[in-house]
Design a protein around this ligand. Structure first.
Ligand code: NAP
Length: 267
């Protein structure tokens, strides 16, 4: 999975969505993150068809919402996603949020079946805690590739990182810029000046420089789309990695919907 993906949640100007996703593909993104819940799958499909990038060079992730956690609903959601995207398969299919009202083995079974049917190359989960992740792995007949969770310089996720490492899984970081709220941080700005980069690039570089970590930032300005993938011509020093890591003591979560959140791991 390419370490930097383009997130496609929330387009305040829907008319520009295809153009922006197309721009991301034109400037080198090969990983697009979408979900049934975002309503962005048809724009992703249209942008892919217009981009002229061979399918095998693209990584498309989509997700099934917790409302579709029952096996039949799950299978139907996958079918609709593929039809909306105009693709025969996705590269990664995720359970978007845990659903405590449905036995996990039922949803995991449906997820694994999608892989066995060739509808997705890889499967994984999103917003799973350590306990849920351990349970999902124990119940899944297929390996789980990633847990997509909120992680950025203002949120400690050591327990989940350790759990992903223990299971040989990638952690995919959503809201890697904490929705913009870390971008005026003095430490990030100072380090950015040292490297001739922006605070956003330093925040993203800090994440992808950690083992088995990928990011899916979302940007609506073309310059920011370009900036967010231009992370591989500089390296943070060990001391800079530690300084940024210390900012996590703020423990700030930006995605915490009351109706869906599990009992998050602290620390
Ligand atoms: N699995 C899940 O439950 C889940 C939950 C949330 C998000 N996600 C995924 O993660 C993706 C990203 O998360 P997110 O959109 O919540 O948060 P984010 O990527 O942390 O932040 C997006 C915000 O940062 C700004 N921004 C982006 N790049 C910038 C740059 N280079 N310089 C300055 N500002 C910049 C954007 O500004 P503009 O508005 O001007 O672009 C936007 O306000 C989503 O699109 C979605 O694919 C998944």
């Amino acid at each position: 999975m390419p370490a930097v993906g383009y997130g496609t949640m929330l387009y305040p100007e829907p008319d520009r969505a295809v153009e922006l996703i197309g721009h991301a593909l034109a400037v080198g993104y090969r990983h697009i993150d979408t979900a049934r819940k975002y309503g962005s799958e048809h724009w992703v499909g249209e942008a892919i068809r217009g981009a002229g990038v061979a399918r095998e060079h693209l990584w498309v992730t989509t997700k099934v919402t917790e409302e579709d956690a029952r096996a039949n609903d799950f299978a139907q959601s996958v079918e609709v996603s593929l039809e909306t995207l105009g693709l025969d398969y996705v590269d990664l299919l995720l359970i978007h949020w845990p659903q405590p009202k449905v036995p996990l083995e039922e949803t995991i079974g449906a997820l694994a079946r999608a892989k066995q049917q060739g509808l997705t190359r890889n499967i994984g989960v999103s917003n799973f805690t350590v306990a849920l992740l351990d349970e999902a792995i124990a119940k899944s007949p297929e390996p789980l590739f990633t847990n997509q969770v909120e992680y950025h310089a203002y949120l400690r996720q050591d327990k989940l990182l350790a759990a992903c490492a223990r299971h040989g899984m990638t952690m995919t970081c959503y809201a890697p810029l904490a929705r913009g709220s870390i971008l005026s941080d003095p430490v990030l700005c100072e380090i950015a000046r040292t490297h001739g980069k922006t605070a956003a690039q330093v925040a993203l570089r800090w994440l992808v420089q950690q083992p088995m970590v990928a990011v899916v930032p979302r940007a609506l300005q073309v310059t920011e789309i370009e900036e967010n993938i231009d992370l591989f011509d500089f390296e943070l020093t060990g001391e800079e990695m530690i300084r940024i890591g210390e900012l996590r003591d703020r423990n700030m979560r930006v995605v915490d919907p009351e109706i869906r959140r599990p009992a998050w791991d602290e620390g």
